[in-house]
Design a protein around this ligand. Sequence first.
Ligand code: G3P
Length: 218
Amino acid sequence: MKFFIDTANLDQIRQAYEMGVLDGVTTNPSLMAKEGIKGKENQHKHYVDICNIVKSDVSAEVISTDYEGMIAEGEELAALNEHIVIKLPCTADGIRAVKYFSEKGMKTNCTLVFSVGQALLAAKAGATYVSPFVGRLDDISEDGVGLIKEIVDMYNYYGYATQVLAASIRHTRHIIDCLKAGADVATCPLAAIKGLLNHPLTDIGLEKFLADYKKVNG
Ligand code: G3P
């Protein structure tokens, strides 16, 4: 399973990268706004800064909602750095744009996906990644992880190459559940990734090793 961090915060991205387990970054307009990145020039610089930290896939989302605007924006974003993945909403224009970019061999991430039908369209259009939002489905009493499993099974049955990028991950348990459901990627808050480290028996065991060593070696 690949780990992406879902943030535009450079410090958190650095922390995750230095853990040695990071495979990429996803951003979205809300995450960029949260960092106060204002204006296209600053946004583009910020994406390049992220690419230079992780040197792996970085999803940068278009703000246009029309096909022509998405194409223009996506071309600009992709030209910033080799690691940029063009993030497009799962709408009629977004799917058309995914098709356009996939036919040009450019990486795409089809986002705001909440159903198997949407995931099917993303795969047929040639999306590199599809981003089903697990947490937001759970928030309305639907089964976010269940959707991941359905999409993985459908992609495997038909042989689609699109990677399932579990998004809207709220906590460590979501990572484990999405892993078991067969997701290719989980894009997570830093805390959720760090939570994978936590086990009391590891702490207890290390403490005993050190205590036993100290008894003999001082
Ligand atoms: O970036 C897409 C997705 O991860 C957003 O998550 O927590 O805003 O539902 P969230």
